[in-house]
Design a protein around this ligand. Structure first.
Ligand code: CA
Length: 228
């Protein structure tokens, strides 16, 4: 059970909100609910949730905008998008707006609970990570979720920290997209193109020349490899 963990649910459909709230309460989480994007952002600031579940189709603001505002409040809190949309472009757009994971409706409440557990475990693992690692010119603080590259500081999400931990454990070795999905997202949550998108974002934080990467390399037909 997780009596300490607070989840913010931003969802306008009452039946959906009730079902999710009940399922998460059954798992031992506390849940605060906001029926609009504006209330969601306000509640995030006042209640400081450990994780956010965010519906994309909201009555006032769209979920992408809410996601950007939530990221201004916290650069590391796990944000899981809930949406009926299943197209890749929507997933990529959500991830670009700072979401960590994507659950497509209809989903089972059991699947959602598993996704929430995996996201919170990832945060706990990231918190207990070793302190500093140098990757090329980037100084990566895995515990602090921060990377400093050429004097410029950037926050890392818990998903990016987990991806880096995986790559560090297997440095010099090609890691397949399925392995990355399995380890970082815990389930086959998003498609392998989303992994590519995450790699692009991570390169911008780690690499001095992201379009000509020196450390996070593509291995054609195999996946990705970290070279220290
Ligand atoms: Ca909705």
């Amino acid at each position: 059970m997780n009596p300490e963990k607070l989840i913010l649910l931003v969802e306008d459909e009452p039946a959906m909100a009730l079902g999710i709230t009940d399922a998460l309460a059954f798992e031992g989480y506390r849940v605060v609910h906001a029926p609009t994007g504006r209330q969601g952002v306000e509640l995030a600031r006042t209640a400081s949730p450990d994780l956010v579940l965010l519906d994309l189709m909201l009555p006032d603001t769209n979920g992408y905008e809410v996601c950007l505002q939530l990221r201004r409040w916290s650069r590391t809190v796990p944000i899981l998008i809930l949406s009926a949309r299943s197209q890749d472009s929507d997933k990529i757009r959500g991830l670009d707006a700072g979401a960590d994971d994507y659950v497509t409706k209809p989903f089972s409440l059991g699947e959602l609970a598993a996704r929430v557990r995996a996201a919170l475990r990832r945060v706990e693992r990231a918190t207990g990570a070793p302190a500093l690692v140098r990757i090329g010119r980037a100084e990566v603080n895995l515990a602090g979720h921060v990377v400093v590259l050429d004097g410029k500081e950037e926050a890392l999400t818990s998903y990016e920290v987990e991806l880096l931990r995986l790559m560090l454990e297997r440095a010099g070795e090609a890691i397949g997209r399925d392995d990355i999905l399995d380890r970082v997202w815990g389930v086959q949550a998003i498609n392998s193109r989303a992994v590519d998108n995450f790699i692009v974002k991570l390169r911008k934080k780690i690499e001095s020349t992201p379009d000509r990467p020196q450390h996070i390399l593509t291995v054609y037909g195999r996946g990705y490899k970290l070279v220290l």
